[in-house]
Design a protein around this ligand. Structure first.
Ligand code: ATP
Length: 303
C-alpha cells in the first residue's frame, strides 16, 4: 500500500536577525539555519515517519541543495527514484527572516518545482499504478496537478488534494474528481470568496463547495481543530491541547498522518483523530519536518 506524493520540495534558508537591512545597507545577523521543507516533501516525510510506504515524484535543481534534499528524503525512508533534476534551474528555496519578535518574513522561489511536468508522471507511471493513494498540493504547475488527477481517476487510485498555497483560479471540477479536498481556513476563504471568521461562516463556505460536487471536504482550522463535511454529514475533531512552539507545517503533518491511517484502516474519522494528535505533537517543536515525530515518539506523546 504505497502512498505517492507528487509535489514540491524546498530548502528553507533561515536567517535569525534583530533587524532587517534597509536598501543599500549590510548588517550582520547572529544566526542561520538550513531546513528541509516544501509542502510535498513535508507531507511525504510525515507519512514516512508514521510508517507509511511513500514515494515522491518531484524535481530538484542542478545546484548544491539537490543532493541534500534527496539524501534527506532517503534518510526518512522515502523512495526517491522519481525525484529528478531540472537542469539549468535552481532548487526550490525559501529565504526566511525571523526577527527578535519571532515574526517571519518569507520569500518563496519555486525554482525546479515549476519544471515538474505531466511527462514526469508518465515517467513514473508504472510505479504510480501500484500506489493506493496520491497526494497533491499546489506548489507545482496546475497542469501537472490536473494531469495527475486524471491519471489517478483512470487507474482508480485515491487522491487527496491539498489546495495550498491557494490558487483562486483552481478548477473546482478537478477538486470534485478527488476523494478528499483538504484546505485550511485561509485557502477555503480564497477559493470560495466567502468569509471564514466564525464556525458558522466556515460551514457556509464549506457547503458552497460541497454543492459544487465535492466528495469529502476536510478543513483544518489551526488550534480550533478540523472538520470533515461530506453530503449532509459534518464531523468535528477538536485540536489536541498543547503548548504550541511553532505551528509551521502543522497542516502538512496532519495530511501525511491522515494519509497513512486512511490507507491502513479506511476509517476517515479515526484517521482525523490520529492526524489531529500528530499535528499537535508537531507544533510542540521548532521547524517543520524535524518537528514531526516518528511512530515511537508519537506513541510517547500519546501516553
Ligand atoms: P501549514 O500551512 O503551516 O502546514 P496549515 O495552516 O495548513 O499549516 P492548520 O490548519 O494551522 O494548518 O493546522 C493543521 C492541524 O494541526 C489543525 O487542524 C490541528 O489539528 C493541528 N494544530 C494546528 N495548530 C495547533 C495548535 N496550536 N494546537 C494544537 N493543534 C494544532
Amino acid at each position: 500500500m504505497t502512498i505517492a506524493v507528487i509535489g514540491s520540495n524546498m530548502v528553507d534558508l533561515i536567517t535569525y536577525t534583530n533587524s532587517l537591512p534597509k536598501a543599500g545597507e549590510t548588517l550582520e545577523a547572529p544566526d542561520f539555519a538550513i531546513g528541509c521543507g516544501g509542502k510535498g516533501a513535508n507531507q511525504a516525510v510525515a507519512a514516512a515517519k508514521m510508517g507509511g510506504r511513500v514515494m515522491m515524484v518531484s524535481k530538484v535543481g542542478d545546484d548544491l541543495f539537490a543532493p541534500s534534499t534527496v539524501a534527506n528524503l532517503q534518510q526518512q525512508g522515502v523512495d526517491t527514484r522519481f525525484v529528478t533534476t531540472a537542469s539549468g534551474t535552481s532548487s526550490g528555496v525559501a529565504p526566511i527572516f525571523v526577527d527578535d519578535q519571532s515574526q517571519n518574513r518569507i520569500l518563496i522561489i519555486k525554482g525546479a518545482n515549476q519544471q515538474l511536468k505531466p511527462a514526469d508522471i508518465d515517467d513514473a507511471a508504472e510505479a504510480l499504478k501500484a500506489c493506493t493513494l496520491i497526494i497533491l498540493q499546489l506548489e507545482i504547475p496546475l497542469e501537472t496537478v490536473y494531469y495527475a488527477i486524471d491519471f489517478a481517476r483512470q487507474h482508480e487510485i485515491r487522491v487527496i488534494l491539498n489546495p495550498a498555497p491557494a490558487v483562486a483560479t483552481l478548477d473546482i471540477d478537478y477538486a470534485c474528481k478527488c476523494d478528499f479536498f483538504m484546505p485550511n481556513e485561509t485557502e477555503l476563504e480564497i477559493l470560495t470568496g466567502l468569509p471564514v471568521s466564525s464556525d458558522e461562516e466556515v460551514m457556509r463556505a464549506g457547503q458552497s463547495l460541497l454543492k459544487r460536487g465535492l466528495k469529502n471536504l476536510i478543513i483544518t482550522l489551526g488550534s480550533r481543530g478540523s472538520v470533515w463535511m461530506s453530503g449532509d454529514r459534518v464531523h468535528r475533531v477538536a485540536a489536541t491541547p498543547v503548548q504550541a512552539v511553532d505551528t509551521s507545517g502543522a497542516g502538512d503533518a496532519f495530511i501525511g498522518c491522515f494519509a497513512v491511517l486512511l490507507t491502513e484502516t479506511g476509517d476517515v474519522a479515526a484517521a482525523m483523530t490520529q492526524a489531529s494528535a500528530y499535528a499537535a505533537c508537531s507544533v510542540t517543536g521548532r521547524g517543520t519536518q524535524r518537528a514531526y515525530p516518528d511512530t515511537a515518539a508519537f506513541q510517547r506523546f500519546l501516553n
